[in-house]
Ligand binder design. Structure first.
Ligand code: PEP
Ligand code: MN
Length: 263
């Protein structure tokens, strides 16, 4: 169902008047984790001022270490809704448990399925039963085929609104957190009609090469870019090293927008 052979035209997802895929580039930004109302409001205000339509923020955090900050849970989802509504933004947050998909629909415009859960088939099935669009990240070591099969799990259950996100894959290279597989973008666009975004923050784990990676993504045919933004990155409870601050975000977004690659 996700194949171009089944549907030749690009899938265009429209949420409250915001378009993802098709002839317009898209941007989603926000903190790795929701930490407080004030933290989220600072980011939300900047997004609104810059014209970025979707706020991201993790409430259920799938952390590598059990001793790291696990997220605010439902309280975080509530804050996402509250701040997104205050600034007229869309809200996306990760869901890690099939049982939580239902309540997510009360607070979110888009459900994120993270890299670590790309092959959590029960979660994929639950997301497929939902009416909320799904942002499906590529697994840490997932092949293109495995990734598309994961999308197929969601779409085959009736939820056709799936957005794929390339976020880098594991390699031996240590200068970046993951290796941005730029070839995944034109390959997915060739094989599938679903929209594709590139998460430059998790792909690189750095702040200094976000602009060239975002440009490369758009040049390769990506429908948009995801970036992590925090009002005070050194104090962030997760992904402190890769999150950019608000002035850096404003500069990055303007440079992407004015690059001639952002449609
Ligand atoms: C995230 O978006 O904060 C996240 C945990 O991403 P990923 O699943 O791609 O690692
Ligand atoms: Mn993160």
């Amino acid at each position: 169902l996700v194949s171009r052979k089944k549907q030749a035209e690009d899938t265009v997802i429209e949420i409250k008047g915001v378009q993802i895929g098709g002839n317009r580039s898209f941007m989603v930004a926000g903190p790795c984790s929701v930490e407080s109302r004030e933290q989220l409001r600072e980011v939300g205000r900047a997004l609104k001022e810059e014209g970025v339509p979707m706020l991201r923020g993790g409430a259920f955090k799938p952390r590598t270490s059990p001793y790291d900050f696990q997220g605010l849970g439902v309280k975080g989802l509530k804050l996402m809704r509250e701040v997104a509504d205050e600034f007229g933004l869309l809200a996306v947050s990760e869901i890690v448990d099939p049982a939580t998909i239902g309540i997510a629909a009360d607070y979110l415009d888009v459900i994120q399925i993270g890299a670590r859960n790309m092959q959590n088939f029960e979660l994929l099935k639950a997301a497929g039963e939902s009416k909320v669009p799904v942002l499906l990240k590529r697994g840490l070591a997932a092949t293109m085929e495995e990734w598309l099969h994961a999308a197929e799990y969601v779409v085959s259950r009736g939820n056709t609104q799936v957005i794929l996100v390339e976020r880098g894959i594991r390699s031996y290279e240590k200068w970046t957190r993951n290796t941005l597989d730029i070839s995944a973008v034109p390959l997915i666009k060739q094989e599938s009609h679903l929209p594709v975004l590139v998460d430059v923050s998790h792909a690189t784990g750095r702040k200094d090469i976000l602009l060239p990676c975002a440009k490369a993504a758009l040049a390769a045919g990506a429908d948009g870019v995801m970036v992590e933004v925090h009002p005070n990155p050194p104090t962030a409870l997760s992904d402190a090293d890769q999150q950019i601050d608000i002035p850096q975000f404003r500069k990055l977004y303007r440079e992407i927008r004015d690059s001639g690659l952002f449609k």
